[in-house]
Design a binder for this molecule. Structure first.
Ligand code: FES
Length: 155
């Protein structure tokens, strides 16, 4: 009889401890799952215009394009064969892969499912259901002898 009191206290403590552990475990599992299912809203960057580097950027001269961030969106800046600059959303309208520019064929290509866009961003082959969003581009000159800066803005 004397040992039953400490044993009951020990049992009560173990029940409390195990109950707390199970509750903490559920919290540790369920909270991340709920956060994954319902992520916090990230405000859209209020960007209407960006500078996309120098017009004589070696990457642009060599590859004919580069991807630049426009707020939270990737934008593809293309230096066309005629020297004009064009910019479109770099996100394929099919399943959101990032497109690239094929300088030799003068087409915008998505390597995920072989989607193609023309130099105006129109979907011309493959599964993309609609054109790429176009941005306006101009080159801002800084002064004599300075290379201009490519400025991309929402159309
Ligand atoms: S994601 Fe671009 S063609 Fe499918």
């Amino acid at each position: 009889m004397k040992e039953s009191v400490p044993s009951q206290e020990r049992r009560r403590f173990l029940n409390w401890f195990l109950g707390g552990s199970v509750t903490a475990l559920f919290g540790a599992i369920i909270y991340p799952v709920l956060r994954f299912i319902s992520p916090p809203r990230v405000p859209e960057a209020a960007t209407d215009q960006i500078e996309a580097g120098a017009a004589n950027d070696p990457e642009l001269l060599e590859k004919g394009f580069k991807i630049v961030p426009f707020g939270s969106e990737p934008v593809i800046v293309i230096r066309a064969a005629d020297g004009d600059f064009r910019a479109f959303s770099a996100t394929c309208t099919h399943l959101d892969c990032i497109v690239e520019y094929h300088k030799d064929e003068q087409r915008i290509w998505c390597n995920c499912h072989n989607g193609e866009y023309d130099m105006n961003g129109r979907n011309i082959a493959g599964p993309p259901p609609k054109p790429l969003t176009a941005y306006s581009v101009h080159v801002a000159t800084k002064g004599s002898g300075q290379p201009g800066t490519i400025v991309v803005a929402r159309s």
